[in-house]
Design a protein around this ligand. Structure first.
Ligand code: 8YV
Length: 315
């Protein structure tokens, strides 16, 4: 079987790159590059792309690859990819779900602990000699026994909820319909209803046009004074300006953010807040999980090239 031609877009580990280059005829570009940087002969024949991008991949890009039949996305979120345009062109799209659920959930809970127990300030208190100079670190807030809301009870939301159940939380959630979860977990039909009943809001819904600013100023205002917002989904899901206003005023108690509206440029208003922990979209960023994501992306490319069933299609 002649090696299929695959354009690699974005970063890959040495192992992933070797795996791809051994199995396929590849051409690589960075996630910042344009398809115009790919030779015309490659663009005209390429049937698959391995996509680890961070910018929109829509009709203009798809039409530069007239033979394109598969976009194998590196990541569970595929909101950069115009699925309608792909369907209209008969292009299949795959993603890499499940293998990253635990790491993303771990980071979400870790950010809650960091905000509630002031872990970053505590570290500075020790390192900067404040403990010796000023004595006992200021008392902070507990992270157990809280009313916890999960916006989007998908695979990652469920992992977060399971973790927070171990923190003796009263669990609430919102999704399109009630899910098969413990009977004590309370379902809410709207984000507004959920926000009004919880002290912590974990945001885990998928990104994209349908969820843009789902956590609106109105929803943020429905949260009780002192509530904490944790976002591990997409920056687009929260009205970031409204969030900053409520954090600056102190109406909200804090936030843990791994995603932002304009990554990697973060709104300066977030950088000066000491009741916020900021992370560089590293929810799935462990060696183990990124390798597992790469393996799943490769398995989809390999299945397509061998005309077998795709493992994790999204359309
Ligand atoms: C990023 C994520 O995809 O899986 C997702 O949707 O948000 C992350 O894993 C990141 O681009 C992976 O490098």
């Amino acid at each position: 079987m002649s090696a299929s031609s695959v354009i690699l877009i974005g970063d890959y580990s040495p192992r992933q790159r070797q795996q791809l280059e051994t199995r396929f005829s590849t051409y690589s570009i960075s996630h910042l590059a344009s398809l115009n940087d790919v030779p015309e002969s490659v663009r005209q024949t390429c049937q698959s792309i391995a996509y680890h991008g961070h910018s929109p991949f829509g009709p203009a890009e798809m039409d530069q690859l007239p033979q394109l039949a598969l976009i194998a996305n590196f990541g569970v979120g595929y909101d950069d990819i115009d699925i309608e345009a792909a369907v209209a062109r008969g292009i299949k799209v795959t993603n890499t779900p499940n293998v990253l659920n635990d790491d993303v959930a771990d980071l979400a809970v870790g950010m809650l602990l960091a905000v509630k127990r002031q872990l970053l300030a505590g570290d500075r208190w020790v390192r900067e000699g404040e403990w010796a100079r000023r004595g006992t670190f200021p008392l902070n807030a507990n992270a157990n026994g809280l009313r916890v809301g999960v916006l989007g009870m998908g695979r990652i939301g469920r992992e977060i909820a399971d973790r927070m159940a171990a923190f003796k939380s009263e669990l609430h959630y919102q999704s399109r319909r009630p899910k098969n979860v413990p009977s004590t977990w309370q379902y809410h039909s709207t984000p507004l209803e959920l926000a009004a009943t919880v002290d912590v809001l974990f945001v885990t819904v998928v990104g994209g046009v349908d969820t843009r600013h789902l956590v609106s100023a109105k929803v943020l205002n429905a949260l009780p004074v002192g509530a904490v917002v944790i976002n591990v989904s997409r920056g687009s899901v929260i009205d970031e300006i409204a969030l900053i206003e409520q954090l600056e005023s102190g109406r909200l108690g804090g936030a843990g953010l791994d995603v932002f509206e304009n990554e990697p440029t973060v709104n300066p208003g977030l950088l000066t807040l000491d009741n916020v922990i900021l992370q560089p979209h590293q929810g799935s960023g462990t060696l183990q999980t990124r390798e597992a994501m790469g393996d799943l992306q490769f398995a989809n490319l390999d299945a397509f090239a061998a005309q077998r069933e795709l493992l994790t299609p999204v359309n």
